[in-house]
Design a protein around this ligand. Structure first.
Ligand SMILES: *[C@@H]1O[C@H](CO)[C@@H](O)[C@H](O)[C@H]1NC(C)=O
Ligand SMILES: *[C@@H]1O[C@H](CO)[C@@H](O)[C@H](O)[C@H]1NC(C)=O
Ligand SMILES: *[C@@H]1O[C@H](CO)[C@@H](O)[C@H](O)[C@H]1NC(C)=O
Ligand SMILES: *[C@@H]1O[C@H](CO)[C@@H](O)[C@H](O)[C@H]1NC(C)=O
Ligand SMILES: *[C@@H]1O[C@H](CO)[C@@H](O)[C@H](O)[C@H]1NC(C)=O
Ligand SMILES: *[C@@H]1O[C@H](CO)[C@@H](O)[C@H](O)[C@H]1NC(C)=O
Ligand SMILES: *[C@@H]1O[C@H](CO)[C@@H](O)[C@H](O)[C@H]1NC(C)=O
Ligand SMILES: *[C@@H]1O[C@H](CO)[C@@H](O)[C@H](O)[C@H]1NC(C)=O
Length: 635
């Protein structure tokens, strides 16, 4: 009997082990290769490549395939690599599709290891100190579509074997020391070519004349039957820059690694060609999403930068990009907020982040960095993680994850009227619960003193579980407190903040209360009704409730869901208690969390059965209104 039990226990343990191993599956050999690589090359930025963790679980710059059986992308731009790529390391990642080691200090000849990577589709080695000839036989990379070797010190001639790369769409060999004739690279798929600033001579082949003259500038080459060289200065005269350069016309470009997204070659190409078309040659567009409002925003970030400014990443962040990438990404304005403009920055590899460009930061570098460190270390499933920041005299940037469903504000208010997808009650309740938990967690930081300072619907997003997730915390204390009151923001501002200009945890609670009312009513915190009349949501809700018309308060969109009235009224009570006029009358955020959580628990307890529900006709709101009318709520 006891042996049976022992057997059973052993079998169970074995089963769990197997399941555990399966769930933690990782490419052990690829991991070894990566560790051999990083252990044998100098790098100034610390990576979170911890042998004890799975290589697919968020190692900086690493992307695995969908079943976590192989590493398929390595992106390590600007992590301060120096010296040669160690032999027999990266070459073992035989399924690698994307390799980006750009903007580092890699030297030596073209790494022979990379010739083993037959599945590469994108190779980015620009802005390093690689020297000597290019590999003779490019045909090992049959699937290569993007090749960027610009800004190195390669010399010798351009190998004709590049013309074997029939999938190539983009080739950049600019700013090297390449010499000799330009070979006839007749690749129909090629959309982008840059051979500028080399030491090339001779005549441009007929097949390449479709590219603009700036593709060849800075060489001593001529077009057929033309005597004038395409462009003047010989690179031997012009000094070469191998440091990061920030041109005014730069388009913001971002490369981000990891983040557990597997990118297909197709999406990569789409984004890439789309970006390029937007960038320089709108006429040749036509095939891809012409209506989309993506702006290749020039000057999103000013070109100036001081020497010791760089992007600072937080530990454990799986993103990897540098400021130059930020400057070149294609950017779309997501919104102009209290503290600055937020952009959606996308790039060639389809990864997207949100970049906020702060205006009117009035604290110095030290204070800024200290606050960023505090914020950056706040990790909670209902708080949008701060990924990186950048501080220089002219420019302060912060980088967040991008939430593709948009903010609560757009979920609630966008497309009202026409093709609107209603935000259902379930999600609204989850948003309220999540955001409340996030704010309560924020308030527990810094010894229970941390203040969010800017809670509003446009700073609340949906996390992967479709719960609320708060963003933009802790910025208020960095900014000029005398900023002009924006009407939209004013609606969230607690009465005492308007006078004292000081935010507090109690004022956060007030703002959150406004968000709850917004969730319930579907109305903006300050809106113009009937012509000029400005209506404050809080005042309006209070007056409606006082008049015992509670039913009228709720968003018409919610009326289609059956049996949610009690829950709505409960949430309304919580919202109203949060927007109490006197700060000391408002509940604390932890209490708000348990009240919001109780909405579901209580209702489960009280009316669990379907029968009761189907029996109930349209319930009336009146009994509850009495509770609301009295300002003291039991908690
Ligand atoms: C590339 O991928 C194919 C199929 O996915 C695989 O068989 C091959 O071994 C890989 N490696 C190289 C170097 O081609
Ligand atoms: C090239 O890509 C195709 C699919 O896009 C794949 O089937 C093939 O194995 C790849 N070839 C090599 C040499 O990796
Ligand atoms: C390329 O540069 C190396 C030194 O870096 C030099 O020895 C070699 O002769 C050069 N080759 C050509 C073709 O200029
Ligand atoms: C690649 O290009 C070289 C030089 O043009 C040629 O000799 C070779 O046959 C080509 N290889 C393939 C596989 O097409
Ligand atoms: C290649 O690298 C250079 C230098 O960083 C950059 O200007 C260029 O946009 C990159 N991409 C392509 C497709 O040329
Ligand atoms: C090629 O690169 C140079 C410098 O890197 C740039 O000035 C030029 O505009 C580029 N041309 C094309 C067609 O991308
Ligand atoms: C450019 O090439 C021509 C011959 O192809 C040569 O006469 C001329 O000196 C070269 N100019 C420079 C600046 O190297
Ligand atoms: C550029 O090419 C010319 C002629 O081929 C050669 O004399 C000169 O040394 C080359 N310059 C460099 C820097 O390679």
């Amino acid at each position: 009997m006891s042996i049976e039990i022992m057997r059973f226990i052993c079998a169970t343990i074995l089963l769990f082990n197997v399941l555990y191993l399966l769930s933690e599956a990782e490419p052990v050999e690829d991991k070894r290769a990566l560790l051999d690589f990083i252990d044998n090359i100098y790098h100034s930025r610390n990576l979170n490549w911890d042998e004890a963790t799975s290589v697919c679980s968020g190692w900086t710059g690493i992307t695995c395939n969908s079943d976590n059986s192989r590493v398929i992308a390595v992106r390590l731009p600007a992590i301060g690599l120096k010296g040669r790529i160690p032999m027999n390391t990266l070459g073992r990642l035989s399924e690698l599709q994307i390799l980006s080691l750009r903007s580092n200090g890699i030297s030596g000849p073209f790494p022979p290891d990379l010739l083993n990577l037959g599945n590469l589709t994108g190779l980015f080695l620009q802005l390093n100190h690689l020297e000597g000839p290019l590999p003779l036989d490019f045909s090992v990379w049959k699937n290569l579509t993007l090749l960027n070797l610009s800004d190195n010190e390669f010399n010798g001639s351009i190998p004709l074997s590049i013309s074997n790369l029939t999938h190539l769409t983009s080739l950049n060999l600019a700013n090297n020391w390449l010499s000799g004739d330009i070979p006839d690279l007749d690749i129909p798929s090629m959309k982008l070519l840059n051979l500028s600033n080399n030491n090339l001579t001779g005549v441009i082949p007929q097949s390449l004349l479709r590219f603009p003259s700036s593709s060849f500038s800075g060489n001593n080459v001529s077009q057929e039957n033309s005597l004038s060289p395409v462009m003047s200065p010989s690179p031997a005269i012009e000094p070469k820059h191998h440091t990061l350069r920030f041109s005014e016309s730069a388009i913001l470009g971002i490369t981000v690694g990891g983040c557990a997204v597997v990118f297909t070659v197709i999406s990569l190409l789409l984004i890439f060609t789309y970006k390029k078309e937007g960038e320089d040659d709108r006429k040749t567009t036509g095939n891809k999403k012409p209506g989309k409002q993506e702006r290749s925003s020039k000057n999103m970030v000013s070109g100036n930068q001081d020497a010791n400014s760089r992007l600072t990443f937080f530990e454990g962040c799986a993103l990897a990009f540098d400021l130059e990438d930020l400057l070149r990404a294609s950017a779309e304005v997501l919104g102009k907020g209290t503290f600055g403009t937020t952009y959606k920055a996308a790039l060639e590899d389809a990864t997207v982040v949100a970049v906020k460009r702060l205006k009117e930061v009035f604290v110095g570098r030290k204070d800024f960095e200290r606050q960023m460190e505090t914020v950056g270390n706040i990790r909670h499933e209902n708080v949008a993680p701060l990924r990186a920041y950048y501080y220089s005299k002219d420019e302060k940037l912060i980088v967040y994850d991008y939430f593709d469903q948009g903010s609560l504000s757009s979920l609630l208010h966008a497309n009202r009227g026409e093709k609107r997808v209603p935000l259902d009650w379930e999600i609204r309740l989850q948003i309220a619960t999540g955001a409340a938990r996030g704010i309560a967690y924020i308030h527990s930081q810094s010894g229970g003193k941390f203040v969010h300072g800017d809670i509003k619907a446009s700073n609340i997003f949906l996390n992967s579980q479709q719960y609320g997730c708060v963003s933009d915390l802790g910025l208020a204390i960095l900014m000029n407190p005398i900023s002009p009151p924006v009407m939209r923001v004013a609606g969230y501002r607690a009465p005492e903040v308007t006078n004292t200009k000081k935010v507090s945890q109690a004022s956060d609670v007030y703002s959150f209360g406004v968000v709850l009312l917004e969730l319930l009513t579907g109305k903006s915190p300050v809106h113009i009704s009937r012509g000029e009349e400005v209506t404050h949501l809080v005042r309006w809700v209070n007056s409606v409730v006082r008049e015992e018309w509670t039913g009228e308060v709720f968003d018409a969109e919610l009326l289609i869901y059956p049996n949610i009235e009690e829950e709505m009224v409960s949430l309304l009570q919580i919202g109203l208690s949060c927007v109490a006029r006197m700060p000391e009358e408002r509940p604390r955020m932890v209490d708000v969390v348990s009240m919001v959580e109780d909405i579901r628990n209580m209702n489960r307890g009280s009316s669990p059965s379907l029968e009761t529900r189907s029996l109930g006709s349209t319930p009336t709101f009146t009994p509850k209104v009495d509770d609301i009318g009295s300002s003291s709520l039991h908690i």
